[in-house]
Design a protein around this ligand. Structure first.
Ligand code: TEU
Ligand code: CA
Length: 554
C-alpha cells in the first residue's frame, strides 16, 4: 500500500457563497474564509476544497465559468485567493480547487465565438448538431429538467447542455480544446494549488453517434456517462498536468458503480486519486425526485462493503462523504434531526472517518446542521430544485403543499444556507440579510455554542480527526464487515500493521443488542471514541444506545 498525504488527510469543503461574508453585502467571500482559517486549524483539517470561485454569471452558482483565470467579483480578487492559499499553506493546509471542464458558461469567450458561425475557429469547442424532425437532435435530458439541447437561431443548429442552457458542454473530441484546458490547469498548478475536484468529469466523452436514450430515468446517460473515450481523455489530461505535480485529484462521477470507479482510481492507471461516488446517497431517491423511498440499513452496508472490498483488493481509493453542496443534510436523512441530532450526527461522522478512504466534511456538518423548511416555493434559489418543481407541477399529481414538502427534503439549498457562526442576527455570517434564507434553528445550532460545550458535535469531530493522525490504521487498515445481516447495526473492523479498530454503529433510535462472539477474537480493547458517556468496558456481546457509535482500538 503506497502512502500518500491525501490518504491520511481530512478534507473540509467550503461553499464560499455561504461560509462568511467579510464586507457585508450578504454574500460570502474569500476574505471571509481568511477570517476563519483559525477555525479550520482548530478543527484540524488538512485540506480545503473550495467550490468554484472563478468569474461566472452565476446561473448555477459558479458551475458556469466565463473566465477560468479570474475570480468572481463578488468573492474578491486573485490577490485575495493568493493570500488565502499562502495563509493556508502556513498552517500546512492544502488548497483544492474545483475544476468545471465538462462545460463552460455560455458567456465564456469561447462560446461567444462559437455561436457566431459554422466556420468560426471556436465552433468545434462545443457540440453543435442539426435538429431532427423539427425538434432537437435526440431525446437526451438535462440534469435540470427539459431537453439537453438548445436551438440557436443564428446558425440554425442546436448545442448540447447536459445542465442549464447557460452551461454548454465542451467538445472534448477537439484536441485544440483539450490543449487549452491543460494549459489552464497547469497555470493553476504553477500558482501552487495542491489539487482539484473535477466536476462531472466522467461525462466528458459523448457517444459520437448521439443516439436516443432509453425512456426510463435520465434519458441518454448510457451515451454520455463513462463514454467511449473517457479514460483516454483522463489519462491524457493527467499525464499533461496533475501527474507532473503530484496533485490530489478527486473526480466527481455520477452514474459510476464500483467497477467503473476502479478504472478511475486504480493507482497503476494513473487517472485520479479518488472519485466522488453517488450510489450510497440514492436509496431514498430510487423512484425519482418527487417520491421519497424507504430503504433498509443492510442495503447501505452491502453497498459500502462492495466498494470497500473492491478498492482495497485492487489498489484503489475513494472519498468518503455524506454532505456536499448538492446534498440535503445527512442528519435529516440517515439520522435524526430532532431528539438525537447530536448523537446521530456524531454516529454518521464516525462512519465516514473510520471507513477506508479520505473523509470529506462539508461546512456545517461538523456542528450537525440540519435541513431547512422553507415556507414558500418562491424561497428556493437552487436551479435544480426550480427545474423539478416546474416538472412536478406540470405532471399535476401533487398539491402545492406536497411539492413544498418534497422540495424541502430534496433541495440542494439545504446545504447552501449560510453557515451558523453564532446566535446573533444573521448567525454571524453577515450583518445584512444573506443571499439565501438562513436555517431558523441557528440560535440552537452554531459554532460558538459548539466551541463552548464539551459534548458538542464539533468537539467530537476534532477528536476523530486527531485520532486519524495518531493511528495509521484509520487511513490504511483493511476493512472487514461484521454482523452482516444486522438491520440496525453497522459493524466492521479495520486491520492495520500495528493496531486494529473495531467499529460499532447503531443506526436506529432504539437500544439494540449485539453479539460478536462468533465473529471476532478480541483480547483487549480500548474505547477511543464514543458519542455517549462511557457505560461499560468492552464485551463481545452487549447493547448499543440509540445512534450510539463506538470505536475500539484492539
Ligand atoms: O453536480 C453534478 C451532479 O451530478 C448533480 O447535478 C447531482 O446529480 C444533483 O445535484 C443531485 O441533486 C455537479 C456540481 O456539484 C453541481 O453543483 C453542479 O450544478 C453540476 O455539477 C453542474 O456543474
Ligand atoms: Ca461579501
Amino acid at each position: 500500500m503506497n502512502k500518500k498525504w491525501w490518504k491520511e488527510a481530512v478534507v473540509y469543503q467550503i461553499y464560499p457563497r455561504s461560509f462568511k461574508d467579510s464586507n457585508n453585502d450578504g454574500i460570502g467571500d474569500l476574505r471571509g474564509i481568511i477570517e476563519k482559517i483559525d477555525y479550520l486549524d482548530q478543527l484540524g483539517v488538512d485540506a480545503v476544497w473550495l467550490n468554484p470561485v472563478y468569474q461566472s454569471p452565476n446561473d448555477d452558482n459558479g458551475y458556469d465559468i466565463s473566465d477560468y483565470k479570474d475570480i468572481m467579483d463578488e468573492f474578491g480578487t486573485m490577490e485575495d485567493l493568493e493570500e488565502l492559499m499562502e495563509l493556508l499553506h502556513e498552517r500546512e493546509i492544502k488548497l483544492i480547487m474545483d475544476l468545471v471542464i465538462n462545460h463552460s458558461s455560455d458567456e465564456h469567450q469561447w462560446f461567444q465565438e462559437s455561436r457566431k458561425s459554422k466556420s468560426n475557429p471556436y465552433r468545434d469547442y462545443y457540440i453543435w448538431k442539426d435538429g431532427k424532425n423539427d425538434g432537437p437532435p435526440n431525446n437526451w435530458k438535462s440534469f435540470f429538467g427539459g431537453s439537453a439541447w438548445k436551438y440557436d437561431e443564428q446558425t440554425d443548429q442546436y448545442y448540447l447542455h447536459l445542465f442549464s442552457p447557460k452551461q454548454p458542454d465542451l467538445n472534448w473530441e477537439n484536441p485544440k480544446l483539450r490543449q487549452e484546458i491543460y494549459e489552464m490547469i497547469n497555470w493553476w498548478l504553477e500558482k501552487g494549488v495542491d489539487g482539484f475536484r473535477l466536476d462531472v468529469i466522467n461525462l466528458i466523452s459523448k457517444d459520437q453517434r448521439f443516439p436516443d436514450g432509453a425512456e426510463a430515468g435520465q434519458k441518454g446517460h448510457e451515451y454520455f456517462a463513462n463514454g467511449p473515450r473517457v479514460h483516454e481523455f483522463v489519462q491524457e489530461m493527467a499525464a499533461e498536468t496533475f501527474n507532473n505535480y503530484e496533485a490530489m485529484t478527486v473526480g466527481e462521477t455520477p452514474f459510476v458503480d464500483k467497477d467503473e470507479a476502479l478504472k478511475f482510481v486504480k493507482e497503476e492507471r494513473k487517472e485520479f486519486s479518488m472519485v466522488i461516488p453517488f450510489e450510497h446517497l440514492e436509496f431514498d431517491r430510487k423512484e425519482g425526485w418527487d417520491k421519497i423511498t424507504d430503504w433498509d440499513l443492510t442495503e447501505l452496508k452491502d453497498l459500502m462493503s462492495e466498494w470497500q472490498y473492491k478498492l482495497q483488493e485492487n489498489n484503489g481509493w475513494t472519498s468518503l462523504y455524506f454532505c456536499n453542496h448538492d446534498q440535503p443534510r445527512i442528519v435529516s436523512r440517515y439520522g435524526d434531526d430532532g431528539e438525537y441530532r447530536k448523537e446521530s450526527a456524531k454516529m454518521l461522522g464516525t462512519m465516514l472517518h473510520t471507513l477506508r478512504g479520505t473523509p470529506f466534511i462539508y461546512q456545517g456538518e461538523e456542528i450537525g446542521m440540519t435541513n431547512i423548511s422553507f415556507e414558500s416555493l418562491d424561497d428556493f434559489d437552487d436551479i435544480e430544485t426550480r427545474g423539478y418543481i416546474k416538472e412536478v407541477q406540470a405532471k399535476g399529481e401533487l398539491s402545492e403543499d406536497e411539492i413544498l414538502e418534497i422540495a424541502n427534503y430534496r433541495t440542494r439549498d439545504n446545504a447552501r444556507t449560510p453557515m451558523h457562526w453564532n446566535s446573533n442576527k444573521y448567525a454571524g455570517f453577515s450583518e445584512v440579510e444573506p443571499w439565501l434564507k438562513l436555517n431558523t434553528n441557528y440560535p440552537a445550532v452554531n459554532v460558538e455554542k459548539d466551541l463552548a460545550a464539551e459534548d458538542s458535535v464539533f468537539k467530537y469531530y476534532q477528536r476523530m480527526i486527531s485520532l486519524r493522525k495518531k493511528y495509521p490504521v484509520f487511513a490504511y487498515g483493511e476493512y472487514d464487515i461484521l454482523l452482516k445481516e444486522d438491520q440496525n447495526i453497522y459493524a466492521y473492523q479495520r486491520r492495520g500493521e500495528e493496531n486494529n479498530l473495531l467499529i460499532l454503529l447503531n443506526f436506529s433510535r432504539k437500544r439494540v443488542d449485539y453479539d460478536l462472539t462468533e465473529e471476532v477474537e478480541v483480547e483487549t480493547a480500548e474505547l477511543i471514541l464514543n458519542n455517549y458517556q462511557k457505560e461499560a468496558d468492552f464485551e463481545l456481546s452487549g447493547s448499543l444506545r440509540p445512534y450510539e457509535a463506538r470505536v475500539y482500538l484492539c
